[in-house]
Design a protein around this ligand. Structure first.
Ligand code: CP
Length: 299
């Protein structure tokens, strides 16, 4: 069985292949040739990721089992691994998992015969988000190579930032980060920390992040956040005319990003969501067929 657990497992060639296949799925459907059963296992809330994986599975003609953690035996104390082994025994072929922990490290040696797709693991990884962000950037610029991407905000608690930093650099982009010192993580490989205002004019992509209060160890409220670090009207004016705005969502309006920026033609947030379905179709197919959709790219 093949799994997508981390952006670190992807080569340049596999990202290119997944993005080509995702682009194909933005306009066309394709029925998966074999019977396969998938389930979404979300231990944390989600709108976009959960529903777009469901939509992707529908469009591939897969069987989708309904699983809600709050109505499951997780409430009776069933462990994460026992739940996975139960799904395996039921005949699930692929589980899409979001968990507050670094869950891929928990399943290493469990002998599970099931594909796993990481839909978010703690603060570390959200590979399909990075892929859909890459697709959105590529649709605008044609390529990721040579672009300057500025990621802004609560980087410390962001799996989106970590997955993007790795994947976008792999594909030739320069990634820099900005935000409050309280949310800084200097350990992300290859990433330079910059002043947001100084970085804006020559950024090709400005990726705003949600403040993730649910992961804060203590009260880490930044006063006047919007004025200091938000994409407000003044910063919107300072952006290059061809630059684009991304945000993984959900958005805290007028905290990370002002209403005017949300309505600006350079804002690609809903395009990201739309691309999420196509990317997840490509990822489901990639996992179910064992890791390569190269031969299907021009199907
Ligand atoms: N971007 C993202 O992961 O959004 P959801 O939490 O709504 O899935």
């Amino acid at each position: 069985m093949f799994s997508l657990l981390s952006t670190q497992q992807l080569s340049t060639r596999s990202v290119e292949s997944l993005l080509r296949r995702s682009q194909y799925f933005t306009t066309k459907d394709y029925m998966w040739k074999n019977q396969a059963t998938v389930v979404n296992l979300f231990y944390e809330p989600s709108t976009r990721t959960c529903l777009s994986f469901q939509q992707a599975a529908h469009r591939l003609g897969l069987t989708i089992l309904d699983f809600a953690i709050d109505k499951s035996s997780v409430q009776k104390g069933e462990t994460f691994i026992d739940t996975l082994q139960t799904l395996n025994a039921i005949g699930v072929d692929l589980a899409v998992i979001r968990h507050q922990e670094d869950w891929p490290t928990l399943v290493d040696s469990t002998g599970l015969n099931i594909s796993l797709v990481n839909a978010g693991s703690g603060t570390l990884e959200h590979p399909t988000q990075a892929l859909l962000d890459a697709l959105t950037i590529q649709q605008h610029y044609g390529s990721l190579n040579g672009l300057k991407v500025t990621i802004v905000g609560d980087v410390l608690h962001s799996r989106v930032a970590r997955s993007n930093a790795h994947l976008l650099q792999l594909m030739g982009a320069t990634v820099q980060c900005a935000g409050p010192t309280e949310y800084t993580d200097e350990s992300i490989p290859g990433v330079k920390w910059v002043d947001f205002d100084e970085a804006i004019p020559d950024s090709d992509v400005i990726m705003m992040l949600r403040i993730q209060k649910e992961r804060h160890q203590s009260q880490q409220c930044i006063t006047n956040y919007h004025e200091k670090f938000g994409l407000n009207q003044a910063r919107l004016k300072a952006m290059a005319s061809n630059a684009i705005i991304l945000h993984p969502g959900p958005v805290n309006r007028n905290v990370e990003i002002c209403d005017e920026a949300m309505a600006d033609p350079r804002c690609k947030i809903l395009q990201q969501v739309k691309n999420g379905v196509a990317v997840r179709m490509a990822v489901l197919e990639w996992c179910l067929q064992g890791g390569s959709n190269e031969k299907l790219v021009s199907a």
